[in-house]
Design a protein around this ligand. Sequence first.
Ligand SMILES: [Zn+2]
Length: 548
Amino acid sequence: MHKLGLRGRKFFLTPVCLVPNGRAHLGHVAGPLLKMDVLRRHLLRAGAEVKMVSVSDVHESHVLIKAYVEGSTPATVANRFSAQIAQDLAALGIEYDDLINPLDREWAGTYDKVNRDFLNGIIRSGNAAVRSEPLPILAETGGAPAPEGAWRPGVGDPIVSGWLKGRCPYCEQPLVGFFCESCGGHFSPSQMQNPATAYFPGTLRFEDRTSLFLDLRKGAPAILEHLEKAQVRRDFIEIAKRYLDANGSSIRLTVPSPWGIPFEHPEVSKGQVIFSYSALLIGCHFVAGERYRQLTGSELNPLARESDVTCVLSFGIDNTVPFLVGAVGCALGQEMYKPMDHFLVNYFYDLDGSKFSTSRGHVIWAGDIVTLGGAEVDLVRAYLCLRNPEFGRLTFRADEFLQFHNELGARMAAVTNEALRTAASATAWDPGVMRYLEVELGLQTDFLTPATFDLAGAFSCVERWLQRTPALHVTADAAAAWLYGFALLAWPILPKAAQRVWTALGLPGTPSLEQTERGFVKPESGNGTYRTLTRAELNACLPASLRR
Ligand SMILES: [Zn+2]
């Protein structure tokens, strides 16, 4: 099993930064977040040095909008939801080494400096250009003025980002802001069909304003070359390519807003901040890299050009152009940081056949399925790996989840408890079972390698191990080896069950491949059960429309 070991290898995992205008829901978890915790545990199991750090995307425009809608300040909104998001993810065993709120006094200075230095690096390298474009300007307006502490655009202000609604110029779907969630398109406000104010009545006129744009001299081929080198999936490269074909290697770097990291330049219109879907988007991960540096005592940011740390980032399909064009393009346009080594991607995750929607209340908050719904953390994770939107749009179905939860929980408790009884008199790990385990771990390792990442595949290895129980429990030594294999295979996905078995086997720490070299330990005893969930319990975390 030593050939599966990763001792000496270093990894920096940095999941997409969530916008703190609401809590984390199961769509976020099933999409870009759970997979990073599964990868983290897999790498730790193999003996690698791993840190997982991300940042709260506090300066996204919807934080400002949420503050206007609820009559509070954007900092209040960002701080409240940053804390709730951290709780939601912890409830599902998604363990960040740190999840930074850049509004915290401890991080505000670093966040500001890293992002300014990064943008200035792009400008210094000659890869940015000031451009004039027609922007929608508020001509007349009505509606409520902003309450004390909140802000909304006034007459004469540009209406952009989440304040602007209309239809996508490519697919004609309704949307707000610069990006189309339906087709992944990114466009300028002047291209939008039927542009109008989104949160208050008003009329618009168009006026030329100047902003800063990426103007990568190496052009689109340099971006595409990096995406192939990073082994980004073909279906996602196609989305980036469609944008590059239409726009070249150019994307917005600054945007009019009073909320964000201010950007002043003599040729750029006043009142702009660093755009949260290109330079700031990846800049936040460089800030997370500074936290990695603190945690590991490393000299370099893991994303520095000269760093030997393997860096992996995860995002969903709606962020394809921002990451694959914006983040990669910006990183290729300066000298300090390298573009990400690997991207893990996903399609949309639906709830009972339609999109998760905070505004419609069509949502299951991540922590609630455990705290209100009474589900077992392990079994939620296993279901989300089995029904995962990595390769296409997929949906969470409450009935299917309930059946899966109770069936797998009962089966897993029965076989592990029986094996623990059988293994009590073991004196060694059965060599035949250990050979089978090596094959299964090798396969699961391939499923958890960034270029061939496949969560359902990784879970299938656990499922196969459970199904082979009758053949692998014949003797005490076989049962002991089977339990050892179960703990190793299950830990990335079902950490609680795996840890319980590992500890019952008398083994130290968390499940680790290196125990194979350290050798057999006499099993202790242990027992575990999973809750049987009722539909009435599960209802407590479901939106009203799905309760039955
Ligand atoms: Zn579209």
